[in-house]
Design a binder for this molecule. Structure first.
Ligand SMILES: O=C(O)CCC(=O)C(=O)O
Length: 243
């Protein structure tokens, strides 16, 4: 990893590494994700994994635990090009705890409000918990890039409350989010955005006519514990964990 990427991560709470995977590798995974989400959409109809437009049209919103659903995802996320970078950031071997793919179809994908992952995870130490968000499309402002509050990972976990009508979205009070310190994480297909578990982050709606798919993989080190059930079903604890 480039020294400036490492420094950026620890100073700001997030960092972009371009070209970790090739564009072709990202395209292949994006296509498998699309096929899988279409399958899930046809049988599930669950509000949590789909977005509904005003006229009732539905589109994929998220794939939960893709790692357990296709072997191609396993090979992709356990690739050494990624795990070596995580080992550097964490200072210890990274263990995969969970994953999800956030889909934002053209002109459709909804916003994800500001939050800290570790409010949900309740893991300790927070410094040993990282998300590696792999860009499966070119990601810019217009199609809903990740946005961060620089340095927020150094300020502790703040209280979050449910958004009315969206029980799955918990958000801190807006006055605690200092938008003066907001940065955009622009990244090309195949690049990775790393973020600290306590970095405040969000993404806006996809206003463009192209997709925005991000494969979020969650990593911890062996010393991490949680006061919630976060790690109970962690992949690295499974007998068939391939690493
Ligand atoms: O992909 C998104 O829009 C949201 C991702 C996110 O919140 C995360 O990876 O923690």
């Amino acid at each position: 990893m480039r020294p400036e990427t490492f420094r950026h991560y620890w100073e700001k709470g997030w960092a972009v590494a371009e070209g970790v995977f090739s564009r072709e590798e990202a395209d292949r995974i994006a296509q498998i994700a699309l096929d899988l989400s279409q399958e899930e959409l046809s049988r599930e109809g669950d509000d949590y994994v789909v977005d509904k437009s005003a006229d009732g049209e539905i589109a994929p919103r998220k794939i939960d635990r893709p790692f357990l659903k296709r072997s191609e995802f396993q090979a992709f996320v356990l690739d050494k090009r990624l795990t070596r970078m995580l080992a550097e950031l964490l200072g210890a071997p990274p263990l995969l705890s969970g994953d999800q793919i956030f889909m934002k179809p053209p002109h459709f994908g909804s916003a994800k409000p500001y939050h800290q992952d570790n409010f949900y995870f309740q893991c300790d130490p927070g410094d040993h918990v990282i998300t590696a968000w792999i860009a499966l499309d070119d990601v810019g402002e217009e199609n809903g890039c990740l946005r961060y509050i620089d340095g927020s990972h150094k300020e502790g976990i703040i209280a979050h409350e449910a958004v009315p009508g969206e029980p799955y979205n918990l958000v801190p009070p807006p006055e605690l989010i200092d938008l003066q310190r907001e940065s955009l994480a622009l990244v090309k297909k195949g690049g990775v955005v790393f973020h600290h578990s306590e970095a405040l982050h969000t993404s806006h709606r996809n206003e463009s006519d192209r997709w925005r798919r991000g494969y979020a993989t969650h990593w911890v080190t062996a010393d991490v514990t949680s006061t919630k059930a976060t790690l109970d079903n962690a992949y690295f604890r499974r007998d068939d964990y391939p690493a």
